[in-house]
Design a protein around this ligand. Structure first.
Ligand SMILES: O=C[C@H](O)[C@H](O)COP(=O)(O)O
Ligand SMILES: C=C(OP(=O)(O)O)C(=O)O
Length: 342
């Protein structure tokens, strides 16, 4: 068992920092609607090997280029997994996938992978699970989520309040949306945040509050919430404090009832709403990897196949993105009053 002290958080190379800063600005513009594209957060449920993830990222980048006028595609690079009970906690906490929990190797592997994704020109999305580890990768991340299991955690809300990047809060696993709205409001407020200094020593500071937090509808244990009524209800609840409420819809998790084959159905429902002029939908999330489905956890997994939630294959993802891009064009043309003219 490795019990070495955590190393100090690394610094990012200046050109990478500039690239990530640019990606964050685009994500913010898409989330606010200043950029009328749709944010697409797509990628595996969890990452477990460098090479197949980079192969997937290359394929996703090709789709992103194809739809660049209508979609802004960000890759899910999730080296941490929150578990309902127990299970593999992800590359960061157990990189060798054998229960050895070699966290120091995990930090190096996750960071190396995220650097490679940034260097490939693709923005990185992740979920922050263990607040003390956030500082090891946050500088490489363009968009982050706080998940359904931690949305009520005060430390995750404090963490989000101090991050200089857009953060989506998911509705709770039972489907309750209000805790995520509470989280958005809490994270927008300056709070004391605890983390690591560049020296590796613990430190605290008072955050400025994060104005770029938003809601993610991911469905619940008993029902989905990607349909027009659920989206309208959530936007109404958000409108209490926000003049132009917007949200992201996760087509996986509760919204696919944990069956990856239902993700296209959820995405079609989102696309229909977007095409219909629903301006409140700013983005979607998809779980997708090189190969369809998943496999049981082992220390010798097949590359490119999820070891956590089942995913769409890259091939199955392509038509979903094409449908979303077409919906964005429709929304854009209706907003400009151009339908029937072009
Ligand atoms: O996104 C992945 C999973 O849904 C999440 O980590 C929970 O997984 P579990 O219910 O299999 O533990
Ligand atoms: C764990 C995840 O989602 P949720 O919090 O919605 O279950 C995820 O997106 O990987």
């Amino acid at each position: 068992m490795n019990r070495a002290p955590l190393p100090p958080p690394p610094a990012t190379a200046p050109e990478r920092s500039a690239r990530v800063a640019g990606q964050r600005r685009v994500v913010v513009d898409v989330l606010t609607g200043a950029d009328d594209r749709l944010l697409v957060v797509a990628g595996p449920c969890s990452v477990h090997d460098h090479q197949s993830t980079m192969e997937y990222v290359a394929g996703l980048a090709a789709l992103a280029r194809r739809h660049a006028d209508d979609l802004y595609v960000v890759a899910r690079v999730y080296p941490e997994k929150p578990r309902t009970r127990l299970g593999w906690p992800g590359m960061l906490l157990d990189p060798h996938m054998d229960g050895s929990h070699h966290v120091t190797d995990g930090i190096a592997a996750a960071r190396e992978l995220m650097c490679a994704v940034v260097d490939a020109g693709v923005p990185v999305a992740t979920e922050f699970v263990e607040p003390l580890l956030t500082g090891y990768v946050a500088d490489l991340v363009a968009w982050a989520a706080i998940g359904a299991r931690t949305v009520e955690s005060p430390s995750h809300r404090r963490l989000a309040s101090g991050l200089g990047l857009p953060v989506g809060f998911k509705n709770r696993t039972d489907g309750a949306v209000q805790p995520a709205i509470d989280a958005i409001d809490a994270a927008a407020t300056p709070q004391p945040v605890f983390g690591l200094a560049a020296s590796g020593r613990p430190q605290w500071w008072v955050s400025e509050g994060n104005p770029h937090c938003h809601l993610i509808l991911r469905g619940g244990d008993r029902s989905t919430n990607h349909d027009p009524d659920s989206v309208a209800d959530a936007l109404r609840a958000l409108a209490d404090r926000r003049p132009t409420p917007r949200l992201v819809v996760d087509c996986s998790h509760g919204n696919s009832r944990k069956d990856h084959r239902r993700q296209p159905e959820a995405a079609e429902s989102v696309a229909a709403q977007v095409a219909d002029g629903q301006a409140g939908i700013a983005g979607v999330m998809l779980e997708s990897f090189l190969h369809e489905g998943n496999q049981p956890h082992s220390s010798t997994p097949r590359p490119g196949l999820s070891v956590t939630d089942a995913c769409l294959s890259l091939e199955q993802t392509a038509p979903v993105l094409a449908g979303l891009a077409a919906a964005v064009r429709h929304r854009r043309h209706s907003a400009a009053g151009l339908l029937g003219v072009s």
